[in-house]
Design a protein around this ligand. Structure first.
Ligand code: FEO
Length: 427
């Protein structure tokens, strides 16, 4: 864990994690960073913290000493968000110091008491709401803005007025561990920035997508702020071009409910020998129309990667093998996860290996269709089946033609809908 100067009087501490599943479920092949920030006026505030990884809390406290500060000198502990990756350090903190002011929304203060036993016996509880300010002295003023349900109910953002720095915690964050010698966007190459943007898409799809409505409301609030530096709880700090990550998040929040990119995600299960020709036919069909297609075999591909794929795709195809289970559980689980993350408004069709080749095939198709509809309705996904989807047989030629038809619809929708085109061209 090391610190860096963000801007005058504001310092960043960061802890990194590797080789574990974030939130117990999301793979981190490129690691992940948790950022904590010190704002130093006459008084010292620390905004968000980190969990007990990367040698924390000892490394965090050592960074204070290297700055010539003492943990005992912290006057304000600001909690934008209560999830343990940002608050895990509070238990060791309360063992070595007390008397600080715990600044958070009333909901967060209740959670702090419930999670960590932080109450009036350890600290002063300082509830804040949108528009409240704390003057730290020497020109540093913190202002608070509630952004509930991004992605927990108690969430807020903190804005330092003199430097125009926004600390939004999870919002505008990404997976991917930062290099300690280069934590700022102005230090990174275009390919490195693109890497963090891709990791931001996966982070958004995995963690935040289900809350795209609250994200849009948060963006409306944030639009009223003059932001010179954007300092999230995960990933790099944006101080050259913070609008870049804000605009990406704006697109992602839109993508969750469509319209999205004229691209297709194909999810399929089964074995390569039996399903391979049908999958290839779909790929050929998409390419025939010049439409990108992202192919994922389930359960081989982790849902963490399927979610961002579907997030950006306005078309989805389900490739279903002939089996005793009409909708094999890996596909059912994937569809269920897409519903939980509110991936709504897609155009889709499914194909079934062997459909039309057996006497009882029609019954199998009906059962399968009912199962898919049940999941779509459960999560109110509003997926629209391709008009030509209800056909008696699913041969390679038919899958090819259906995929072409889907691709043509997506392209036509993209051409007609200037909004989609604008999004595509600003990517
Ligand atoms: Fe980074 Fe929702 O915690």
């Amino acid at each position: 864990m090391k610190y860096s100067n963000v801007t005058d009087g504001i310092f960043r501490l960061s802890a990194h994690i590797h080789d574990l599943l974030f939130e117990g479920m999301w793979p981190l092949p490129h690691g992940m960073s948790m950022n904590s920030y010190i704002v130093q006026g006459k008084e010292i505030a620390i905004i968000d913290g980190v969990c007990g990884w990367d040698g924390v809390p000892e490394t965090l406290f050592r960074q204070f000493e290297e700055r010539g500060l003492s943990v005992q000198n912290i006057r304000y502990v600001v909690l934008n968000h209560m999830e343990p990756d940002h608050t895990g350090w509070l238990v060791p903190l309360k063992q070595i110091t007390r008397g600080f002011e715990l600044v958070a929304t009333p909901k967060a203060l209740r959670l702090a008491k419930f999670f960590f036993g932080l109450d009036e016996s350890f600290c002063t509880l300082h509830p804040v709401k949108s528009g409240d300010r704390i003057d730290l002295g020497k020109g540093k003023v913190l202002r608070f803005e509630e952004i509930p349900n991004v992605h927990w109910p108690e969430t807020m953002a903190t804005y330092e007025e003199s430097s125009r720095t926004l600390f939004p915690c999870d919002a505008f964050g990404s997976f991917g561990a930062i290099r300690e010698e280069a934590p700022f966007d102005d230090q990174l190459s275009e390919s490195e920035l693109a890497f963090f943007e891709e990791e931001a898409v996966r982070y958004f799809a995995n963690i935040v997508a289900a809350f795209s409505g609250p994200v849009k409301k948060a963006l409306e609030k944030i639009d009223s702020l003059d932001i010179r530096v954007l300092a999230p709880g995960h990933g790099i700090v944006w101080r050259k071009n913070p609008a870049r990550i804000v605009e990406l998040y704006r697109r992602l929040a839109e993508w969750s409910t469509a319209p999205t990119e004229p691209e297709i995600t194909l999810l399929w299960a089964g074995t390569e020998p039996s399903m391979g020709p049908l999958v290839k036919a779909a790929v050929d069909g998409a390419h025939g129309e010049g439409v990108p297609i992202h192919v994922h075999k389930v359960p081989d591909t982790h849902i963490s990667y399927i979610l961002p794929s579907v997030l950006r795709s306005s078309g989805v195809i389900l490739g279903i093998p002939y089996s005793s289970d009409p909708l094999p559980s890996p596909l059912a689980h994937a569809l269920d996860d897409l519903g939980r993350k509110r991936m709504t408004g897609r155009k889709f069709f499914w194909f079934l290996q062997g459909k039309g080749l057996e006497p009882e095939g029609e019954q199998r198709s009906e059962t399968l269709e009912e199962e898919i509809e049940r999941i779509l309705e459960k999560y109110q996904m509003r997926w629209e089946a391709l008009e030509s989807a209800h056909i008696p047989r699913h041969t390679e030629e038919i899958v090819y033609q259906q995929t072409r038809a889907l691709a043509m619809e997506l392209v036509a929708r993209g051409v007609i809908n200037g909004h989609v085109q604008e999004l595509v061209h600003t990517t």
